[in-house]
Write a new protein. Structure first.
Length: 184
């Protein structure tokens, strides 16, 4: 059994572990090893301690945990950062240990995140995903539309990322009331 809750400062280390392990398992096939190794546990722990110590008003960080309290994934976001596409909310990061993928936990996190964003007054959500990431399909399956593509720098490498978005959070939330076509 799993449940979702708001992240707290004590979760920083566990979130950092999920972040680094998931990053490396997800991107090992299409990000250069030198760029992949730039993401370290120490840096991510410091990042998450900073985020969770001084929460930004309107920023959301949720974790999914097992009954025993082990955190196996997280999602975070808040205000859309670029102000270029007409969206007011954004998913900044969503990661799940590989062994917990395809169990419906990503769906649970996305739904909880969308509800939190709506409660904060957001009406739309954008997410940037590395274009080669096979998880792009997850967002498309929930009705996200492709918005734009651009280059991003990771370490010393340049990679393409794609923005997907839901112009109406209500349309996304409605998707959770209907079964997905691929039964995921």
């Amino acid at each position: 059994m799993f449940h979702i809750r708001k992240a707290k400062l004590d979760d920083a280390e566990s979130i950092a572990e999920v972040h680094v392990e998931s990053w490396k398992s997800t991107y090992s096939e299409f990000i250069n090893e030198r760029d992949l190794s730039n993401i370290t546990f120490e840096h991510r722990r410091t990042l998450w301690e900073t985020i969770l110590k001084m929460p930004n008003i309107g920023q959301i960080a949720l974790v999914v945990e097992q009954e025993d309290g082990k955190i196996v994934g997280f999602i975070s976001g808040g205000q859309e950062r670029t102000k270029r596409f007409g969206f007011d909310g954004e998913i900044y990061a969503v990661y799940l240990y590989k062994q917990y993928q395809r169990m419906g936990l990503g769906t649970m996190m996305l739904e909880a995140f969308a509800k939190e964003m709506k409660n904060l007054g957001h009406s739309s959500i954008l997410v940037w995903v590395l274009t080669q990431n096979p998880s792009n399909r997850f967002y498309i399956d929930f009705g996200a539309e492709k918005i734009d593509q651009e280059q991003t720098t990771i370490g010393k490498g340049t990679y393409q990322e794609t923005a997907y978005g839901w112009k109406e959070i209500d349309n996304l939330l409605e998707r959770f009331r209907k079964p997905l076509a691929n039964n995921e």
